[in-house]
Design a protein around this ligand. Structure first.
Ligand code: NAD
Length: 263
């Protein structure tokens, strides 16, 4: 049987780690050529690219665009189109976190979170849509969060950016609905990746308690299943959203959070 995304070009922002890397590898496993992006030293990035080529026999490239810089984001989309002939599937995944009370929130952290977690999705989508419209097919998948739907204290910038991303998803989806393009958001609960590892370490330090206690009593407290979401399950959802079966899923946010937002 043929691979589901053979020959498709997939650009995943923030794909040198965690969920983004998992999504890029899952598309590559189904035959897509993938453009990686994100922070990381050149040796580590080369190893990720080499593993994708070896494991899946597709083309894998890397663009170092900083998601706080609109011109670099546009250039990344243009380079992907030059190299692969298209950006068929755009996954806006890059994201960072900072935890602090509003009145102590560092202004530069607020600006960086809004830029990386929200505005970068606008800049990448803006650059990728003309090609998708020309080809009459495209998929934009935005990694929002349970925090795109509900809030937690001390995460004002993240919650604001992710709610904004859910709103952007709806508006963009309405614009392109008749052109074979869908725009959707995935809203995961907690997934064990470096962004969460750091929060566990920070909380353990601040409260002076063991990591296991932070995981049980703080991190997984809002997640009814008391289990982390798996990267591969988020990736499987992204593949579904890009599949023909999802052609009528548009402008929505799909939760994958163990029941968190059902409360
Ligand atoms: P991660 O820290 O493992 O990966 C984040 C990626 O973004 C990395 O590749 C990093 O290099 C990249 N990045 C950060 N700043 C960048 C910049 N300025 N320019 C380019 N790339 C940059 O985190 P993750 O958990 O895999 O998160 C991926 C996405 O999923 C984020 O948007 C995050 O908010 C979202 N999310 C994560 C969880 C979770 O529990 N891990 C839950 C819900 C939503």
């Amino acid at each position: 049987m043929g691979k589901a995304f053979a020959g498709k070009a997939v650009l995943v922002t923030g794909s040198t780690s965690g969920i983004g890397l998992g999504i890029a590898r899952a598309f590559a496993a189904e035959g897509a050529n993938v453009m990686l992006n994100g922070l990381g030293d050149p040796g580590a990035v080369d190893a990720l690219l080499g593993a994708i080529v070896k494991d899946f026999r597709v083309r894998a490239l890397y663009h170092p665009a900083d998601m706080t810089r609109p011109l670099e984001i546009a250039e990344m989309v243009a380079v992907t189109e030059q190299e692969f002939g298209a950006v068929d599937i755009l996954v806006n995944n890059a994201g960072i976190q900072h935890v602090s009370p509003v009145d102590e929130f560092p202004v530069e952290k607020w600006d960086a979170i809004l830029a990386i977690n929200l505005s970068s999705a606008f800049h990448a989508t803006r650059a990728a849509l003309p090609g998708m419209k020309k080809r009459g097919w495209g998929r934009v998948i935005n990694l929002a969060s349970a925090h795109g739907l509900v809030a937690s204290p001390f995460k004002s910038a993240y919650v604001a950016a992710k709610h904004g991303l859910v709103g952007f998803t709806k508006s963009a989806a309405l614009e392109v609905a008749e052109q074979g393009i869908t725009v959707n958001a995935i809203c995961p609960g907690y997934v064990m990746t470096p962004i969460v590892e750091k929060q566990i370490d920070d909380q353990a330090r601040v409260h002076g308690v063991a990591r296991e206690n932070v995981i049980r009593d703080v991190i997984l407290a809002p997640q009814p299943t008391k289990q982390f979401v798996r990267i591969e399950d988020v990736a499987a959802l992204a593949l579904h959203l890009a599949s023909p079966a999802a052609a009528q899923i548009n402008g929505t946010s799909i939760s994958i959070d163990g029941g968190w937002t059902a409360r």
